[in-house]
Design a binder for this molecule. Sequence first.
Ligand code: C2O
Ligand code: CU
Ligand code: CU
Length: 487
Amino acid sequence: MLNRRRFALGLAATVSPGLFGSRSGNGEPVDFSTPLPIPKLIDAAKKGNAVKLRAAPGMHAFIKGKPTSTYGYSAPVLGPVIRLRRGDEVEMTVENALDCETTVHCHGLSVPSHIDGGPHQPIKPGNSWRPVLRIDQPPSTAWFHPHAHHDTGRQVYMGLTGMIIIDDSSYSHLDLPRAYGVDDLPIILQDRSFESDGSLDYSPSPLSVIYGSRGDTIVVNGAIRPLAEVPRGLVRLRLLDAANARNFYLRFSDRRTFHVIASDAGFLTAPVAVSLLTISPGERFEILVDFTDGKAVTLETGPDEQIGLFDVLTDHDAEGEYAPVMRFQPATRPVVRRTMPARLVEPAAADPNAAVARRRFILDCRMGMRHGHAGMDEVQMGINGKSHDMARIDLDVKLGTTEIWEIVSIRTGHPFHVHGAAFRILSLNGQAPRAHLLGWKDVALVESKAELLVAFNQPATRQSPFMFHCHILEHEDAGMMGQYVCA
Ligand code: C2O
Ligand code: CU
Ligand code: CU
């Protein structure tokens, strides 16, 4: 705590007032006139299991009448939602029509390292990449994004993000909403800052490296404060925090309870009732919201305390601190009532006693201060004192085993992510995790420390190791990432 406070105070002099923006109450009336964009669905099975993506520049007007340059996957911004079926073999083709190298990492997809789409599988401009994906994992919500060496933050900020839905018909006995775009909605949460001409402002500075790129405007599926018309019943939202750095503290304006049914890597044992849900970069939660009462309601987010500035302790229930994210308008006609399942699935067992190793990872950053200057020269992010090196293997793990990983965050919270693996959170900040964090995951927001039971189920070679890193993309680009081999 002391560390974080000192760190933040030291920076105060260099913070420009506009950096963190105003979150609410800026005097403008809240207008929810843009319909929630629903990305095109690519149902792989209906396309002969051949999925094509084209990463290309585009134009998109986040602000009405002010179109600006963006990147997208076969779309001006963002990309399609790809539905994959367990048991299928999917031929993916990614064409790089950008003027820079990129990669496509399917975050949450369980595949071997040579087709993971990390920084070791770059696609040169004008080239294509053709991995064959064998889908064998429980139903879940995953996503895809670039993982280009030192350029991930900018490429994601420009718009490269898409969602993946993994389906498995053996779970269809669960009576859950599954009509894409109707009662099963992708909700891709991001934040952006705009210049006065509506263009995206991605200007890296030592400060934006430390705090990550944070925008003053919240964007959902590429739209600012959209409106979703939903059936009058139970609706499933697939929440994805695809922001570069921002955590969302979600609640509904009427403080209604909603149910978390799945986290990153699949269903929870049973729906968990919550009224506030924190989601950090890279994380996914599927929630069920009951709109049977027919009342319109706003989804809001609280102030992001991870900024750590002055170390203010924020009260999430403080009135006026919440900013609108989007609005839901239920239809007037009632629908057939669906009941919330009491049980979902029994997740694969996880026995901490079977772990074959215990390791500790300290996530930290160092700054080089220029003599007699308020700013900073250089920010170095690392894990256990080492910045990411494409040529260095940080550890070897054994395929098919589990290990306990202790993650320690210094100064500020970090959303920690592991490729090619899934984990259970054993403890979080010295406590047992809350019920909705008890399932299989691949990102954990570590505010001080965490113990994770990591299961290694995919092989990784020396030529193409798997990554583990902080999912604040500016931290990752600045080196808060390591590499492991798994055999
Ligand atoms: Cu979302 Cu290294 O990934
Ligand atoms: Cu990943
Ligand atoms: Cu970080």
